[in-house]
Design a binder for this molecule. Structure first.
Ligand SMILES: Cc1cc2nc3c(=O)[nH]c(=O)nc-3n(C[C@H](O)[C@H](O)[C@H](O)COP(=O)(O)OP(=O)(O)OC[C@H]3O[C@@H](n4cnc5c(N)ncnc54)[C@H](O)[C@@H]3O)c2cc1C
Length: 401
């Protein structure tokens, strides 16, 4: 019997982790299609670089389970490949009494999800032992939250794929897919290929790729940009590890935080502004098609009704540095406006929203015949990537199929 041919769409960390796991399990001949001329060109290369320890996610959810397993797997992989992995630790800080119920909720979720060595801190002196410049009345501390270089991890995994005989095709956008019985005909502008199975990990384009095979257009990706400011390296002493706000449970994103990166650069951010293009890394990048599609989405209006205040706040933060600065300074009173040197980078989140405007909170996978589609893989999908790969293969591509 000839070997199965399997295609993976997307050369981000999830697609490459899936390709690597398929090859390691000997499931077939694997080809990755990436539309850009390099790997990790989108979310994987534009994120906070944090290996989350699983503080926020609903216990028992895919996010909670795969984040826990993924954190361990990423750590082992970095050690094996001598890639940088630094457990700088995370402090989630309650600024005032109003934050305490949400902080308690995070603590109980963390306990239920067995986040390792989590500590509750109610004493300001102890808070300052961990982060000497922080303000706040209480916190939870996760000492094993770490930082890594996700593009480097993706490149290392891609090397594993190539070394084991897999093919990675860069600059090859999948523009059409036709399911013909048990096979899939996949088109790029350059060629046509036939596969037995396809796994799509297309990030910001995951709904577009799903539509190619007639999957439900819902959930749709509504892109939200996260912008970072670089902290002046001279003021690096203000942040030891990570300082996070207590996230508002009514909002889908974690809020502006301080992160000491794996190469000691300190980033302040990301905010969350509606992006005017799926790959809209700045206000100047506008895609009339993406914007019109977002506005026409039936879920857009209910979503706007629910999140309009967050949207206006975030646009204000994005356009007016003093607003961004004043939000950040609540956590570090010594911070000065000039410490935020420049908008350093930005990423666009591929967050899926349903037709009724509700947020798809958990990771989501769909299947159309031999095509498996990752429909929602936002944060912490980079942390969880190796575990997502195992989960998708075990659940959707068992070896007998
Ligand atoms: C601002 C920000 C901060 C974040 N911080 C963290 C963090 O600290 N920790 C964490 O765990 N997660 C974080 N995340 C989330 C994390 O980055 C993503 O969940 C993860 O990178 C998803 O990986 P992916 O491979 O699914 O998507 P991507 O990295 O976006 O890759 C998808 C790839 O598919 C390709 N593609 C799309 N369509 C096609 C097509 N038709 N043909 C061929 N190729 C195609 C794209 O070019 C792209 O390279 C953050 C995300 C953002 C935006």
């Amino acid at each position: 019997m000839s070997e199965k041919r399997i295609a993976v769409i997307g050369g981000g960390i999830v697609g490459i982790a899936v390709a690597r796991a398929l090859i390691r399990r000997g499931l077939g001949e694997v080809t990755v299609f990436e539309k850009e001329t390099r790997l990790a060109a989108h979310q994987t290369g534009h994120n906070s670089g944090v290996v989350h320890a699983g503080l926020y996610y609903k216990p028992g959810s895919l996010k909670a389970r795969l984040c826990a397993a993924g954190r361990v797997a990423i750590k082992e992989y970095c050690l094996e490949k001598s890639l940088p992995y630094r457990e700088v630790g995370k402090l989630v800080v309650a600024l005032d009494e109003g934050d305490l119920p949400a902080l308690a909720d995070i603590e109980s979720r963390s306990v239920a999800s067995r986040v390792p060595d989590l500590a509750r801190i109610d004493d300001q002196a102890k808070l300052r032992e961990i982060e000497p410049h922080v303000a706040g009345i209480a916190a939870v501390h996760s000492p094993h939250t770490a930082v890594v270089d996700y593009p480097a991890i993706t490149e290392a995994m891609a090397q594993d794929v190539r070394a084991a005989g897999g093919t990675i095709l860069l600059g090859q956008e999948v523009t059409a897919m036709v399911v013909e019985g048990t096979k899939v005909r996949l088109h790029t502008p350059a060629a046509e290929h036939v596969f037995d199975q396809v796994v799509a990990c297309a990030g910001l384009q995951s709904d577009i790729v799903a539509r190619l095979v007639g999957a439900d257009p819902s959930p749709k990706i509504l892109p939200f940009r996260g912008e970072y400011w670089a902290l002046d390296p001279e003021r690096g002493h203000l942040v030891n590890g990570m300082i996070y706000p207590v996230p508002d449970p009514a909002l889908p994103f974690l809020g502006v935080h301080f992160t000491r990166g794996v190469y000691d650069d300190i980033q302040v951010g990301p905010n969350a502004v509606p992006a005017l293009a799926r790959e809209g890394y700045s206000w100047g990048r506008i895609s009339p098609r993406d914007t019109l599609e977002s506005l026409r989405w039936p879920g857009a209006l209910p979503m706007a009704r629910q999140y309009w205040k967050m949207g206006i706040d975030a646009i204000g933060e994005s356009l007016l540095k003093p607003i961004y600065f004043s939000r950040a300074r609540r956590f570090i009173p010594e911070l000065q406006m000039s410490d935020l040197m420049a908008k350093s980078t930005a990423g666009v989140r591929a967050q899926a929203w349903s037709r009724d405007g509700s947020l798809v909170d958990d990771f989501a996978v769909d299947q159309v015949g031999p095509v498996t589609l990752l429909r929602n893989a936002p944060s912490p999908a980079a942390t969880s990537s190796l575990a997502i790969a195992d989960y998708v293969i075990e659940k959707y591509l068992p070896s007998g199929r």
